[in-house]
Design a protein around this ligand. Structure first.
Ligand SMILES: NC(=O)c1ccc[n+]([C@@H]2O[C@H](COP(=O)([O-])OP(=O)(O)OC[C@H]3O[C@@H](n4cnc5c(N)ncnc54)[C@H](OP(=O)(O)O)[C@@H]3O)[C@@H](O)[C@H]2O)c1
Length: 264
């Protein structure tokens, strides 16, 4: 696969690293305006670093765009005459619809929209993808690329906003839960570093229990709640204080806000 990352900033570089670490490309072009900070990636023999987007597009088949939303239209216009039927266009740009991309480059291209989260930098992103009609023929390819950096799910485009709340904002929600658990552990006598270690590995373990055993949260809860025991005592107190309800309300508030931002 000949892959170009157009806009190798925070996200673009994480994607590049994920591809390089898993030998996922035969050649790679990394572009940004100021290339000094990514020049060192040329030490990988198959990587070219340039500020010339047209060169990168011309020499690659899979184009992953990771620029700021305000720059995307201009860059698409800059390269659109080079696009042909071998190119797969993968956008990571938040809030930029497939319809808008088609308005700029036309609908007769494989167009994929992806929504990774910041865990992509450690190879654990939950990435949602959708595509235009033609792009459906390339979604397996896009999934294969992002599966190198975590887990991927194909969804309809009209669920991208909701997925942004659950998966991108979701990183912040889970961080707050881990922090709260850490604070609880400190109150029980652990020092701050140990408390965070206990909280984050327990969180990771809980998620992996579900992922690897294909289990359900309530089933796992039943396994650790002895009748009249301490776990159910704590859990019920959390629910009396509104744990599930506040999480659900927070998610819905985020979703309302993202929809307002879209309209304004
Ligand atoms: N970060 C995330 O976790 C995340 C998650 C989902 C989606 N996204 C989306 O991903 C996009 C990138 O986010 P980011 O956080 O990675 O932003 P970023 O760090 O600002 O990266 C954007 C990159 O684009 C480069 N760029 C600007 N103009 C360019 C041009 N004409 N040609 C080539 N490259 C150009 C910039 O290079 P210079 O600095 O050299 O100008 C910079 O390296 C955004 O649209 C965001 O909505 C991000």
């Amino acid at each position: 696969m000949k892959i170009a990352i157009i806009g190798t900033g925070n996200l673009g570089l994480s994607i590049a690293k994920g591809i390089l670490n898993t030998n996922g490309a035969t050649s790679m072009y990394l572009t940004r305006k100021n290339i000094e900070s990514i020049k060192q990636y040329e030490k990988y023999g198959n990587v070219n670093v340039t500020s010339d987007n047209r060169e990168a597009v011309g020499k690659s088949d899979i184009l992953i765009f990771a620029v700021q939303p305000g720059h995307f239209k201009k860059i698409l216009e800059e390269v659109k005459d080079l696009l042909n039927d071998k190119h797969v266009i993968i956008s990571t740009i938040t809030g930029f619809s497939i319809e808008r991309i088609e308005e700029i480059i036309g609908a007769n291209h494989y167009i994929i929209r992806s929504m990774p989260n910041t865990a992509i930098s450690v190879g654990k992103s939950m990435t949602c993808i959708c595509s235009n009609e033609l792009g459906k023929k390339r979604t397996e390819l896009a999934k294969a690329i992002f599966n190198r950096m975590g887990h991927t799910m194909e969804i309809p485009e009209d669920q991208m906003q909701a997925a942004t709340v659950i998966c991108a904002s979701g990183i912040a929600f889970w961080m707050r839960l881990i922090r709260a658990t850490t604070q609880g552990a400190i109150q029980l006598g652990f020092d701050a570093k140990d408390a965070q270690e206990l909280a984050m590995y327990t969180c990771s373990g809980a998620a992996n229990l579900l992922i690897q055993s294909d289990s359900h949260p309530e089933k796992e809860i039943d396994r650790v709640t002895t009748p009249k025991g301490c776990t159910i005592e704590g859990l019920n107190e959390m629910e009396h204080q509104g744990l599930s309800s506040s999480l659900i309300r927070g998610i819905v508030a985020s979703y309302d806000k993202i929809n307002q931002i879209k309209k304004s």
